[in-house]
Write a protein that binds this ligand. Structure first.
Ligand code: DAH
Length: 357
């Protein structure tokens, strides 16, 4: 049992103790000092606590009177403690603001927000159009076998058509001393991979990176993207090819676009074509136009009816199934759409260029 103070509690002792305590408190400047003060007056063995305990020695009327004064004193001390603590808070902030040169009015730093690379944007736009037309989007390996990149596309070893693709071979040789592995020169190898792993009806587009052993200039990069397309089913005709690609051109380049197909040669299609749109810059006028170089037409992709040998190569009966394929370069599409004059800008990592998209 704690000993009560020797002095019996009275209204005077309470008043004196309150005055002393409040006076002392006003001189304190740190949280540690406040805590010592709190323990000294309001703690378990604090002066006011002990005084309250001494009330039991008083007679009933006095106890009531002095008791209520003591409780009031306790409230006063607690309020004063809270106020002093708030004052110290403010003072500390002011000190740290002046000493640490903390400028609380300085606006926050904005977090840089990234954006999609222009190639990613255009690839998504292109795939979006074909996906609206019922095509699924699939991807394939960037390091490819000679088998898929050439053989299965009707370009056998020693065939002059191999010269159409300047190839980066991977340093790997099989027992026959052949180099059967390369960085894919186009996304067309996915034609055979998709046909092997599924059955018609097939409708896919294949976006992805390609590589060529290329001297770079404003229109040639050694790595770039392609979007390949393939549709195979019973009864697909050249009219389906034209209709699909015409719709694609209108959605990407505007309702009024005209398209033109001309014969071209790709070993994996027969007939093969190149597709052009009428120039959106000069509306096909041509006269002095830099975009279409006076011709009024802009080539945007290669396409054709899947060669019977390609179908037969994956075990499809070319008498039963037909299909069309196409391949386009998204960077070229972006260059046309946004008036970019040098393909090397895409991968030069110059933020001044990239931030414009
Ligand atoms: N793979 C061809 C290239 O890289 C582009 C191409 C042309 C793809 C015609 C096709 C096609 O599917 O039918 O030059």
């Amino acid at each position: 049992m704690t000993q009560p103070t020797s002095e019996p509690p009275s209204s005077q002792t309470i008043e004196r103790l309150t005055r002393e305590a409040v006076d002392e408190l006003s001189k304190l400047g740190t949280y540690e000092e406040l805590e010592t003060w709190r323990v000294a007056y309001l703690g378990r063995r604090g002066r006011l606590t002990l005084l309250l305990r001494g009330l039991s020695g008083l007679d009933i009327d006095e106890r009531r009177l002095v008791g209520s004064l003591a409780n009031e004193a306790k409230g006063t001390l607690e309020q004063n403690l809270e106020r002093r603590s708030a004052e110290i808070d403010g003072a500390e902030l002011a000190t740290s603001a002046s000493q640490d040169k903390l400028d609380v009015t300085l606006p926050g730093r904005t977090t840089p927000v990234g954006r999609l690379h222009p190639t990613t944007q255009i690839v998504r736009e292109i795939c979006g159009v074909f996906s609206d037309l019922g095509f699924s989007v699939v991807e394939g390996p960037e390091v490819e076998w000679d088998h898929y990149n050439f053989e299965m596309l009707n370009i056998p070893r020693g065939h002059p058509a191999r010269d159409m693709w300047n190839t980066l071979w991977v340093d790997y040789q099989n027992e026959a001393g052949e180099q059967p592995m390369l960085l894919r020169t186009h996304t067309s190898p996915m034609q055979a991979r998709v046909m092997e792993s599924s059955r018609p009806p097939i409708r896919v587009v294949v976006p992805g990176k390609c590589y060529r052993y290329e001297a770079t200039d404003a229109t040639h990069e050694w790595h770039f993207y392609q979007v390949e397309g393939l549709a195979v089913d019973e009864g697909i005709t050249f009219a389906d090819l034209k209709g699909t690609l015409y719709e694609f051109a209108r959605r990407l380049f505007g309702e009024d676009r005209k398209v033109r197909f001309r014969c071209d040669y790709f070993p994996f299609v027969e007939p093969g074509v190149d597709m052009s749109i009428d120039c959106f810059a000069c509306e096909g006028e041509g006269d002095g136009c830099r975009i279409c170089r006076d011709s009024g037409w802009i080539e945007i992709m290669g396409a054709g009816m899947v060669h019977p040998k390609v179908l037969a190569g994956v075990g499809y009966d070319p008498e039963k199934y037909t299909g069309f394929a196409f391949g386009l370069g998204p960077e070229r599409i972006a260059m046309l759409k946004y008036g970019i004059e040098d393909i090397r800008l895409f991968y030069a990592n110059d933020l001044r260029f990239l931030r414009q998209f």
